[in-house]
Design a binder for this molecule. Sequence first.
Ligand code: PLP
Length: 386
Amino acid sequence: MDIKGIDKEYVAGTYARFPLQLVSGKGSLVYDENGKEYIDLGTGIAVNAFGVADEKWQQAVIAQIGQIQHTSNLYYNAPCALLAKELCKRTGLKKVFFSNSGAEANECAIKAARKYGADKKGKEYDTIITLKNSFHGRTITTLSATGQDVFHEHFTPMTDGFVHAEPNDIEHMKRLVKAHKCCGIMIELVQGEGGVTALQPAYVKAVAELAKQEDLLFIVDEVQTGNGRMGELYAYMVYGIEPDVVTTAKGLGGGLPIGATMLGEKADVFTPGLNGSTFGGNPVCAAGALSILQRLDKTVLDGVKERSEYVFRELTGAKGIKSVSGLGLMIGVECEKDASAVIAGCMEKGVLVIKAKQKVRLLPALNISWEQLKKAVKIIKEVCAE
Ligand SMILES: Cc1ncc(COP(=O)(O)O)c(C=O)c1O
């Protein structure tokens, strides 16, 4: 079957796909339709936390499918409750709203901020400050939150109530707080789609302090940075701050769709009817997520740090590489060659990497074997140096 042709004919044309069909895999190895093997450093954009067909994750998911695959939120289900408990235990946050994607997790956080502003200061306190170059999702409201004009094109009018601050410029953020009736600040600590750039720690601390002083909900979007990828459970832990709301998705589900909006005491604003989702908290997705979360222990997190240090050490200053950015296992490589040419060269040699702006982006599985990581890094260096 000509899957590529069928896809081109029938799937909405929103994706510029690589010329590759993935059919199976094990851990960090994936195989295309011709049986060619690749070391996967993209993990479905930071989703397959422990790689492909991970046994423990599979067991958790299959066991739950065998019991009950969906309940709706009209009833209690154990994986949903236990996952929420585990997330709260590990973060100190108080409540979790489950959805199906990063965008939805952020929509919920935006609702929480608006509700908080209205309750505390009045309905007109509805503005949320986000950062230029950020990415928060594809719904109209999360696009409005996204501080990149290119994503707004074709879809105006955007949702009102978002202003965008210059990253790493606290004075600009303060000016915006003064100029608008604000209810929240939402930031990514490492801007992913914006080019894998980590915010400066002093700036992040100052933003957290400002949110506290001005009584704004401080939301950290950990859709991509979360769930072990930074060598801590969440990036905010690396930065030593205490957000009021943490949103996540991607790696939490290990390959099944789940979004989570974790709400601290200040952000515990929801009452029945104020938010909801048919699939949110689905028992199969939650069972898979719980199995992932329970395995993100010190050994795995230390392993992420070691792998990250290795990649930074190997690639920084290597021939054909201008700079290496990011944090943990979310790494951006600025190459002398065009990023697309590097991606194609790596693919040819059996390594899958992806793009973020003009950088090559690496998002390997948290437990990628050293042998596979070393082999992949060697190939990236060869391709960049050619
Ligand atoms: C930081 C961040 N927020 C939100 C999103 C949107 O997530 P989703 O595609 O699951 O809606 C993404 C996706 O790349 C992201 O990186």
